[in-house]
Design a protein around this ligand. Structure first.
Ligand SMILES: Nc1nc2c(ncn2[C@@H]2O[C@H](COP(=O)(O)OP(=O)(O)OP(=O)(O)O)[C@@H](O)[C@H]2O)c(=O)[nH]1
Ligand SMILES: [Mg+2]
Length: 203
C-alpha cells in the first residue's frame, strides 16, 4: 500500500499496479535470470519490490522462469506470448491481468528506485495530453521505466499483432510524455554483461 500524503495521492493514477519486468532471457549474462541476482544479501527483485511497494497500490512480478522462486517476493504473472518476445509482452500480460487502472514498470536488472519514481512519472503525465509517461535520464529515453494506462491493452495487442516488438515505436504511435530524471541518471544503471555484474559486485 502506498504511503503518500493525501494531497499527493489525488494527483496519482489509480488504481496503480507496480510491475517488475523480470521476463527476459539474460542472454548476455549466460542466461542468468537477472531478477534473482543477489546484492547485499537480497535478490534484485526483493530490493525493487520493497522500494516500489510504498509508491503503488499493489505490486506484480512478471517472470517467465523460476516462478517458484519469484513467488517468495510477490504475485507472479508470466507472458502469454511464447518465447521471450520482449518487454512489451510483459507489459501486455500485466495490463490484461489488471484490466483497469494503470501499471508502472521497472526492469529487474538494477536495484535503484527513486523515492519519487511514480510521482515524477505522474507529474510528467499530468496536463501533457499524452496517455503514457516514460523516464528520460537526460541523455536517452529509458523505455522500460513507464507509466501506462491499462485501457491501451487493445492498442498494444494490435501493435504486437503486426509483428513489431519495438517498445519505442509503440510509445511513439500512442504519444508519450517524458519524465525528467536527468538529476539522477545513476538509478538506471543495470546489469547486462558479466563485466557489469562484476563492477556492481552482484552474485
Ligand atoms: N516480460 C518480459 N520481459 C522482458 C523480455 N525481454 C526482456 N525483458 C525485460 O526487459 C528489461 C530489459 O531487458 P534486458 O536488459 O535486455 O534483459 P534481457 O532481455 O533479459 O537480457 P539480454 O537477453 O541479454 O538482452 C528487463 O527487465 C527484462 O527482464 C521478455 O521477453 N518478456
Ligand atoms: Mg538491461
Amino acid at each position: 500500500m502506498r504511503h503518500i500524503s493525501d494531497s499527493h495521492l489525488a494527483a496519482l493514477p489509480q488504481p496503480l499496479t507496480g510491475v517488475v519486468l523480470a521476463g527476459g532471457r539474460g542472454s548476455r549474462l549466460g542466461g542468468r535470470d537477472k531478477g534473482l541476482l543477489v546484492k547485499d544479501g537480497q535478490a534484485f527483485v526483493a530490493h525493487i519490490v520493497s522500494a516500489l511497494t510504498p509508491q503503488v497500490d499493489d505490486c506484480l512480478i512478471n517472470a517467465n522462469r523460476h516462478i517458484d522462486e519469484y513467488q517468495h517476493f510477490g504475485p507472479v504473472i508470466s507472458d502469454e506470448l511464447a518465447e521471450f518476445q520482449g518487454p512489451l509482452a510483459g507489459m501486455l500480460a500485466a495490463m490484461r491481468h489488471c484490466r483497469a487502472g494503470w501499471i508502472v514498470t521497472l526492469p529487474c536488472d538494477g536495484i535503484e528506485v527513486a523515492d519519487d519514481y511514480v510521482a515524477r512519472l505522474a507529474r510528467a503525465l499530468a496536463n501533457s495530453g499524452q496517455p503514457i509517461a516514460v523516464a528520460h535520464d537526460g541523455q536517452r529515453l529509458q523505455p522500460v521505466h513507464a507509466l501506462i494506462p491499462c485501457h491501451l491493452q487493445a492498442s498494444l495487442e494490435a501493435f504486437l499483432a503486426t509483428g513489431d516488438r519495438k517498445i519505442d515505436r509503440w510509445y511513439a504511435a500512442e504519444g508519450f510524455a517524458q519524465a525528467d530524471f536527468s538529476d539522477c541518471p545513476e538509478i538506471f544503471r543495470n546489469i547486462n554483461t558479466p563485466e557489469q555484474q562484476r563492477e556492481f559486485k552482484a552474485e
